[in-house]
Write a protein that binds this ligand. Structure first.
Ligand code: G3I
Length: 375
């Protein structure tokens, strides 16, 4: 009898989902709960794209209706040397999205980072002329957007061109071409696929200086007939920044300029933010400093996990309340294990930035978001 009771109890435990993603999937999904609000997505690394992480892929297909490529569509991977394109990962990414009926976003056409070195230089190592760089940009955009015409629904056309104070980043695109590299990039993307949505994507887009410059740019694009559909707000949050109010004000400002808002790279670090330098020159201090920066290697304490869930829930409350303006929310990854936050801004830490833990289990906030969506 006693054995029987234990077996029944174990059976219920399994049904209740102790660690099983299959069981979790009996819970309503994010995409089902949010279907009348906005697309809910995840960034896919190459393992997810090639379905080499079955538990993560199961989650992706069950929970999300939108995907973006975390790395494989960046120019250094797509065109590592001039005129030589590598399509395998990107093709497979698009096939994955199509096979699962997902909203597919391309990331990203023009970015100062993860661009191949050849892009900006001539055979002597000198900067190319404005004309040459425009032509290289045109060719890259036409080739990539053209290949996926009608299949990729929207593109992050330009990524991270504006700094927090509202000034322009002194990237090679900016210094060689000038500010109109952004206009040209959007024009080229529109030529290559007139039906694709086009986005400007950036981080810390709640800083008032950045908001002002982006709003000006959007308004000028509208006045000059350059297509732009949305501002992608990356949303790499910490536990103490930004405030909900700062983020709300930025959503309102972009919507007021006449575009939609997408929360494109959502994650939230649970770890302390390092100050610059440990101070002093004692190597032991540095080691202590490093350990203090990585406090949760054995797991996230309950109170920190609860604070993380609460804050993430508050952001989803904001997104849902603004679902007339917000058309997509995409997490930058799926599980804590593979988040880029484990290596940024300090390498080799154990962070807890995403909605699914290292055992592929949904954090409590997932259930809460589902409930909010259904309300
Ligand atoms: O591809 C190489 C591989 O050949 C090599 O073996 C391996 C060894 O480290 O590195 C691989 O490249 C890594 C690449 O991701 C692909 O995995 C780079 O080292 C690594 O730095 C790179 O990091 C990516 C980062 O962009 C690059 O800037 C992150 O995964 C990715 O999450 C991150 O994403 C960016 C968005 O595109 C734009 N917004 C900010 C966001 C976070 O930085």
């Amino acid at each position: 009898m006693k054995t029987m009771k234990i077996m029944v109890a174990l059976g219920f435990a399994a049904l209740a989902g102790c660690g099983s993603t299959a069981t979790q999937q009996q819970e309503p999904s994010l995409k089902e709960a949010l279907k009348d609000k906005f697309h809910i997505g995840a960034a896919l690394n190459v393992d997810y794209i090639w379905e080499r992480d079955p538990k993560a892929d199961e989650l992706i297909k069950y929970q999300f209706d939108a995907i973006v490529a975390e790395n494989c569509m960046k120019s250094m991977f797509l065109q590592p040397s001039e005129g030589e394109f590598f399509w395998d990962d990107a093709d497979r990414f698009v096939e994955f999205g199509e096979a699962n009926g997902m909203w597919i976003t391309g990331h990203c056409l023009v970015w100062h980072s993860q661009a191949p070195a050849w892009f900006f230089f001539d055979e002597n190592g000198d900067d190319v002329s404005r004309e040459v760089l425009i032509e290289r940009m045109r060719n890259h955009i036409h080739t990539v957007v053209g290949r996926y015409k009608g299949r990729i629904k929207g593109w992050d056309v330009v990524n991270e061109a504006i700094l927090e104070d509202g000034s322009w980043r002194q990237s090679k695109f900016y210094t060689i071409i000038g500010k109109d590299f952004v206009d040209l990039a959007f024009r080229f993307a529109h030529e290559a696929d007139p039906d694709a949505e086009l986005y400007y994507n950036d981080y810390n887009e709640w800083h008032p200086g950045k908001v002002a410059t982006i709003v000006d740019m959007v308004q000028r694009f509208k006045a000059e007939g350059i297509r732009i559909d949305a501002v992608g707000m990356q949303g790499h949050f910490g536990m103490d920044y930004p405030s909900i109010e700062e983020f709300r004000a930025a959503i309102d400002a972009y919507a007021g300029a006449g575009v939609k808002v997408m929360v494109t790279e959502l994650d939230m670090s649970a770890l302390p933010r390092p100050q610059r330098g440990a101070g002093g020159a004692n190597i032991a201090d540095t080691v202590a400093y490093k350990a203090a920066m990585n406090p949760y290697t054995a797991g996230l304490p309950e109170e920190v996990a609860a604070a993380w869930d609460k804050r993430m829930g508050e952001f989803f409350r904001l997104f849902i309340d603004n679902s007339d303006k917000v058309t997509r929310v995409t997490f930058w990854g799926v599980t804590d294990e593979t988040s880029w936050k484990n290596d940024f801004p300090v390498r080799g830490r154990t962070d807890y930035a995403l909605p699914f833990d290292r055992d592929y289990r949904a954090k409590p906030v997932v259930k809460e978001i589902v409930a909010m969506g259904n309300r």
